[in-house]
Design a protein around this ligand. Structure first.
Ligand SMILES: [Zn+2]
Length: 538
């Protein structure tokens, strides 16, 4: 029976392309047919053309490559939406002079006195022409009429005189706890603030966005995500988080204007045993999977107990027993509630201590296999940890922080980074693994930087950041089909197969055949979510 006779007429067809389906056989097709928000057929151009109903939208791909919509399983986007409209993002800007120009241009578009912000997503090392940070004098000259705040990861920030004045910092201010205010040889402030203790007082001076900007901020952020090919994201809350940050996304969903699928885990902002006690009764009320394919809550995380939240270049020391006891209280409640958990941990001592607790929960509270508990980051996971995780049916989410964090990571960990995260071990373990950006403070939003890093092992600046690389196919599977599992939507998302939601990205270059170094620079020509074109390059 011909294909067309089995399926209803399509209202949208894409023909004459190279469709990288990422189905279980990694088949390549020529064309795809969509009806409503679903894929109805994948095949040859002749087969699919025959299925187009009258009035169907027809796109001639002219040989271009189509991949499934890219899925970011771990980012801090709802928080980012609060500042997005006020940021001059430096994501992927590889020249320091271009970065300066971006800051200058940004200042021209905001009222004098308003802040010029870059809250992460970049590092000095990405500037191929001049890998340096910025000085207070330089920023004063460039942007004299605005406070400037440029944060790198959660590590340090560069500010100008107006920002220092806003926070009341001067030459005489003593170094705060957990921070260092840098002085030059003459005792003048350089504008560099090291550590959260030093930069948070300035960060706190940034006013919240006016309420009428909340939707616009979310819309602008989602627009930028469509531009880089993200069609679904997992939001994991973050420091300084409020559940209200999801309201703009919920409002967009109600208006049927959500252009990226937004799934979240619930951030429990608990810092002390008393806060845990107050928080525990809320956990059974978390309603996971009560939304729809565009907007849903999928579980809990990424933090069980904030004092256990280690940084990516921390010492990797074993966690204090008292803190682990709080981890156990929260994690047990999450298990009792039957929730998925997405658990932040970087290195073996913490991962294995968490696994001690998780194994006992798996035995005493509830068998965790159906809930797919996940360790996220996992740079220092060992073969033994992976085996323990495999027995409980856990998953692993790595992230592409080394694309911009390579220099810090190399300075802290030396040669060890070249086998980090241990992808060969992870692949051999048989665990399902996926990847998230960890945008927008730690890393840029662009998943092609992450694909490039997985395939070449290189940071954005082109330095070798890891020797533990994977094939293009494996990298793409991680960013699509595997990542769908983190939202329990592997039957809906992640590959171009009949029955799945019609999320695709049409690329300007062929991901499968461009030189590996060029993967970094691939740009979507068109992004489609649920059969709707949400982005088209001009
Ligand atoms: Zn994290």
């Amino acid at each position: 029976m011909p294909l067309a006779a089995q399926t209803p007429a399509a209202d949208f067809v894409l023909l004459n392309g190279k469709i990288v389906t990422v189905d279980p056989l990694f088949d390549i097709a020529q064309a795809v047919a969509v009806r409503g928000d679903r894929i109805v057929a994948v095949g040859t151009t002749a087969q699919i053309r025959a299925m187009a109903g009258s009035g169907a939208r027809v796109i001639d791909l002219q040989g271009r490559t189509v991949i499934p919509g890219l899925i970011d399983n771990h980012g801090h986007y709802a928080r980012a939406a609060q500042t997005w409209l006020r940021e001059a993002r430096l994501d992927g800007i590889l020249s320091r002079s271009d970065a300066l120009e971006k800051l200058r241009a940004r200042a021209r578009t905001v009222k004098p006195g308003d802040w010029v912000l870059v809250i992460g997503g970049w590092s000095e090392g990405q500037f191929a022409d001049d890998p340096r940070g910025f000085t207070r004098e330089e920023l004063d000259r460039l942007v004299p009429d605005h406070p400037v705040y440029l944060q790198v990861n959660y590590s340090h920030a560069y500010v100008n005189s107006a920002a220092l004045a806003a926070a009341g910092l001067d030459e005489h201010t003593e170094d705060p706890r957990g921070g260092k205010i840098e002085h030059d040889a003459n005792g003048r402030l350089t504008g560099r603030l090291d550590g959260a203790g030093a930069y948070v007082p300035v960060f706190r001076q940034i006013p919240p966005p006016p309420p009428e900007q909340a939707i616009a901020g979310a819309t602008a952020l989602l627009g930028d995500l469509s531009r880089v090919g993200i069609t679904a994201l997992g939001d994991v809350g973050g420091y300084n988080f409020s559940p209200d940050f999801y309201k703009p996304f919920d409002a967009l969903r109600r208006e049927n204007e959500l252009t990226v699928r937004v799934y979240n885990t619930v951030w429990g902002d608990v810092h002390s045993p008393d806060e845990v006690t107050a928080w525990l009764p809320q956990i059974p009320g978390i309603r996971a999977f009560h939304g729809d394919d565009l907007r849903d809550t999928v579980g809990y995380g990424e933090t069980m107990y904030v004092p256990l939240h280690e940084g990516p270049v921390d010492s990797g020391a074993p966690p204090p027993a008292a803190d682990l006891a709080q981890f156990r209280r929260v994690a047990s409640a999450v298990a009792e509630a039957g929730l998925y958990a997405h658990i932040h941990a970087h290195y073996h001592p913490r991962i294995s201590a968490f696994l001690d607790v998780i194994e006992s929960i798996n035995k005493d509270v509830r068998a965790l296999r159906p809930y797919r508990w996940t360790i996220v980051h996992a740079e220092g996971v060992t073969g033994e940890d992976l085996e323990r995780m495999r027995r409980i049916g856990m998953m692993i989410s790595i992230n592409n922080w080394p694309t911009v964090g390579y220099e810090d990571q190399h300075a802290a960990l030396g040669e060890r980074i070249y086998a980090s995260p241990p992808l060969k071990l992870i692949r051999e373990s048989g665990l399902l693994w996926g990847i998230g950006t960890d945008a927008t403070v730690v890393a840029p939003i662009n998943p092609f930087f992450g694909l490039y890093w997985l395939v070449t092992g290189k940071s954005l600046s082109g330095h070798l950041a890891t020797r533990d690389t994977v094939s293009r196919e494996e990298a793409l599977i991680a960013w699509t089909r595997s990542n769908a599992h983190f939202f329990f939507r592997e039957n809906e998302l992640g590959s171009i197969e009949p029955g799945k939601l019609a999320d695709f990205v049409v690329l300007d270059k062929d991901y499968m055949t461009v030189p590996a170094d060029a993967i970094r620079d691939i740009k979507p020509a068109m992004t489609i979510v649920g059969g709707k074109i949400v982005y088209m390059a001009r």
